[in-house]
Structure formats: C-alpha cells, structure tokens
Design a protein around this ligand. Sequence first.
Ligand SMILES: Nc1ncnc2c1ncn2[C@@H]1O[C@H](COP(=O)(O)OP(=O)(O)OP(=O)(O)O)[C@@H](O)[C@H]1O
Length: 124
Amino acid sequence: MAKRSFLASFSYAAEGIGYALKTQRNMRFHAVAAVVVITAAALLQLTWQRWLFLLVAITMVMAAELLNTAVEVVVDMVSPEPHPMAKAAKDTAAGAVLLTAIFAFVVAIIVFYQPVAAWLGSQH
Ligand SMILES: Nc1ncnc2c1ncn2[C@@H]1O[C@H](COP(=O)(O)OP(=O)(O)OP(=O)(O)O)[C@@H](O)[C@H]1O
C-alpha cells in the first residue's frame, strides 16, 4: 500500500514536470540548455567537483521554473482578472527563476573557463 502511494506520488510529480515542459517555453529552453551543458561536461571530462556545481545550478533552475509554473497556474485559477496581488505573485516567482538563471550562467563560466581554455590550447 505504502509502495503504491509512493509510486503514485512519483507519477504525479513526473506529470507535473511533463506539464511544465509542454506549456512553458522557458522550461523547454532551460531543459535544452541543461542537455547542452551536460553533453559539454561529458565531452570535456570535467572533474566531479565541477560536475557537482553544474548539477546544483541545473537543479536550482529547473526547480525554480517548476515552482514558477505552479504559481502561474494557481494565480490564473484564483485571479483570472488583472489584480495587483496576482501581478506581485507572478513577478516574484519569475524573479526567483531569473536569480537562479543568473547563478547558473555564472557557474557555467567559472566551471567551463579553465577546461575550455585547456582544450583550445591543446588544439594548437
Ligand atoms: N491576473 C493578473 N493580474 C495582474 N497582472 C498579471 C496577471 N497575470 C499576469 N500578469 C502580469 O503579466 C506578466 C506575464 O504573465 P503570464 O501569465 O503571461 O506569465 P509569463 O511569465 O509570461 O509566463 P508564460 O508566458 O510562460 O505562461 C506577469 O509577470 C504579471 O506581471
């Protein structure tokens, strides 16, 4: 019984991720960016410490994007008409995504700078 409910929760969570991917262009953009970054990290054979920073950054962006989607859905449900509080809720949630995206961008520069420079150096 407990096992089934755990599996049910897991499948609902997967449905939520699927919903965000289907309906949110930003979520799709971040997912594609994550695949590109992970592929580059694998090709450059990054150290586990660099992998760790990348995975933390990717997870933060995706989680923020999912929570932003949840806020948008709830706001649209309870306040389909324009309202200053609906605006504040959506803008704040979008701000969380923006912060994590900036963090991820900075992490990507720090993590990739030296390995990419070394790889470019080895090509000459
Ligand atoms: N009910 C509302 N009342 C007041 N302002 C709103 C309301 N709905 C949206 N807005 C404003 O419009 C902006 C864009 O809202 P929208 O729902 O289109 O979200 P979005 O960030 O464009 O997400 P997406 O296009 O991915 O669904 C919000 O950030 C907010 O400033």
